[in-house]
Design a protein around this ligand. Structure first.
Ligand code: ADP
Length: 554
């Protein structure tokens, strides 16, 4: 703007100076022309006196800058100081000569063939009727003008420099108050120029609008960040060059990223270099939806990538990263469980089928029939036990269709359970004992019974002949306790974490009775009741399973 104002002022000044120059030249020219004409007339009068006295001889010593022509009354040229008079044509028709013959003097300006330039003429009639003419070229007038122009040009140049300096100063002074306005926050005070008041009002209103919009955007951004940051799923937005545009903390955690994307300068490949992730990004940026599983160490993550199109142009990709470790673990447990169930069902069924086949063929002696029938009975019981355990486990998994909660007195429940296992205990001379004081817990009686039964059943099954099973009820700082202690074979350290898994058995040859689901029911049942179960065991000496129930009202 300053430059523009400067240029405008300078142009105007230049135009004014040029106009002045033209005017000065015009005035000077008119002035010098008049002077030349006067001089010419004076000179003619002076020479005319000399010619009247001395005739042609006067011209001999005459020194004149002007051209002098003497013309007879009939127009014949008598003398010319620049041309041969005899060669010159008759001058009677020349305007100034004609006027002089009639009026006594004449004056004209025209182009001279002889001098080949514009010429000023002055003619004077002598007493004898002849005419004396002096002429001078206009060139000499311009010469005079040019001589005068030199100082004028210096003055114009000086004026121009001064104009330039003043123009730059004025331009700066005009712009200064405008530059001083704080456009981002123009105050309410009256501006230096009234003309910009509406502009400032507009800027103020636009600033307010921009501030409002920025606040709204910030609010939305914060909402978005709050949502994405609290998501357990990873979220990543990429442009089509794989640059990370947006992400949440979960994405970095799930991708195990070492680099934190800053200023949109980090490529997605710098966050994770696993082949599955790279494949997923590549496919999404090729315009295809893609899903990949990434397994590393004990974790399993799923990456779902979708391309982003804007007006049919691929502009990037959105990636969602899920931690599917638990889901995959459950899936694999389910597969394992199905395989185990099939296997566990197949064994007794095969045995029943074989025995029934032998009985059906009539190949069995009558005294052996009861043994084979006993076999079928045992395997069928085992099958029923297995199916019941599976049903119970799935009920505990589902958490539904289980009886109502009530107060359960542990000591009397333990006594009932021990009565159930007593026949097996007596067979191997195992002593059953109840200790502690009566304790009441809040629970589902059926589940508490099943949990305690499974622990006592195992304590008998994995005991040594003549051993002891002691069940103690009591309390500790954590809650109400129920301890089942045996003097049996104990559990090897490496198996202690696994015995609660479905179908896991330390030594399958030890007891053909078990299903491998008892401790799973204990674990799930205890969890359902809000109780914890822990184990202490020493191989060859025995094991202690402790249930800790929450106190009532806790
Ligand atoms: P099972 O039907 O085989 O008893 P469980 O789930 O009840 O299945 O127990 C899993 C495994 O844990 C058993 O096979 C056994 O090897 C071991 N176990 C359970 N309780 C005891 C115990 N009191 N003493 C020694 N080993 C035990």
């Amino acid at each position: 703007m300053t430059k523009r104002i400067f240029r405008s002022i300078l142009t105007v000044t230049l135009a004014a100076l040029l106009a002045c120059l033209v005017l000065i030249i015009g005035v000077l020219h008119a002035y010098f022309l008049e002077r030349v004409e006067v001089e010419l007339a004076n000179q003619t009068v002076y020479i005319a006196q000399g010619v009247e006295q001395n005739g042609l001889d006067y011209f001999d010593g005459l020194q004149s800058r002007s051209r002098i022509t003497w013309v007879a009354a009939d127009g014949t040229v008598i003398y010319d100081n620049q041309e041969d008079a005899s060669q010159m044509e008759n001058h009677a028709d020349r305007e100034e000569i004609r006027d002089a013959l009639i009026l006594g003097h004449g004056q004209s300006e025209r182009y001279s063939e002889t001098l080949a330039q514009k010429t000023i003429y002055y003619a004077l009639r002598l007493d004898d009727g002849s005419v004396l003419r002096a002429s001078d070229s206009q060139y000499s007038v311009w010469l005079m003008v040019l001589q005068m122009l030199q100082p004028v040009a210096i003055v114009v140049l000086a004026a121009l420099v001064l104009a330039g300096f003043l123009a730059s100063r004025v331009a700066r002074q005009i712009v200064e108050p405008i530059n001083a306005i704080d456009v981002s926050n123009p105050g309410d005070e009256t501006p230096y120029y009234d003309e910009i008041t509406p502009l400032l009002a507009k800027i103020r209103s636009q600033n307010r609008q921009i501030q409002r919009q920025i606040a709204q955007l910030r609010c939305r951004q914060e909402e978005f960040a709050a949502i994405t940051e609290n998501m357990s799923e990873g979220f990543l937005v990429l442009d089509c060059k794989t640059t990370v545009l947006s992400y949440n903390a979960a994405a970095l955690r799930l991708l195990r990223a070492e680099t934190v994307p800053m200023d949109g300068e980090v490529s997605a490949y710098q966050l994770n270099r696993e082949a599955g992730f790279r494949r997923c990004v590549e496919q999404a940026l090729a315009g295809r939806h893609s899903e990949q599983l990434m397994e590393k160490d004990d974790s399993c993550r799923q990456v779902i990538a979708s391309p982003v199109f804007q007006e049919e142009h691929l502009t990037g990709a959105v990636l969602v990263i899920l931690d599917v470790t638990e889901k995959e673990r459950r899936e694999s447990l389910r597969r394992e469980f199905t395989a185990n169930v099939s296997h566990e069902l197949k064994t007794p069924l095969t045995s029943i089928l074989g025995t029934a086949e032998i009985l059906g063929n009539g190949l069995v002696r009558s005294e052996d029939v009861s043994h084979f029938a006993g076999n079928i009975y045992k395997e069928t019981r085992r099958l029923i036990q297995l199916v019941n355990d599976i049903i119970r486990l799935s009920q505990l998994d589902e958490g539904g269709s289980i009886s109502d909660w009530s107060d359960v007195e542990l000591q009397s429940l333990v006594r009932e359970v021990l009565e159930q296992v007593r026949p097996a205990a007596e067979k191997r001379n195992i002593t059953l004992e109840v200790r502690g004081q009566p304790e009441t817990v809040r629970g589902v009686p059926q589940i508490v019974t099943e949990v305690v039964y499974n622990l006592c059943d195992n304590a008998v099954a994995y005991n040594r002949a003549g051993g002891r099973v002691t069940v103690t009820t009591g309390e500790n700082p954590e809650g109400i306790t129920l301890q089942v202690e045996d003097t049996g074979i104990g559990i090897p350290a490496e198996a202690r974490d696994r015995i609660f898994e479905r179908f896991y058995r330390v030594d399958k040859s030890h007891s053909t009775e078990g299903t491998g689901l008892g401790l799973s029911i204990v674990k799930h049942g205890a969890a359902y009741l809000g109780a914890t179960v822990c184990l202490q065991s020493e191989e060859g000496k025995g094991s202690v399973f402790t249930l800790v129930f929450p106190r009532q009202g806790a």
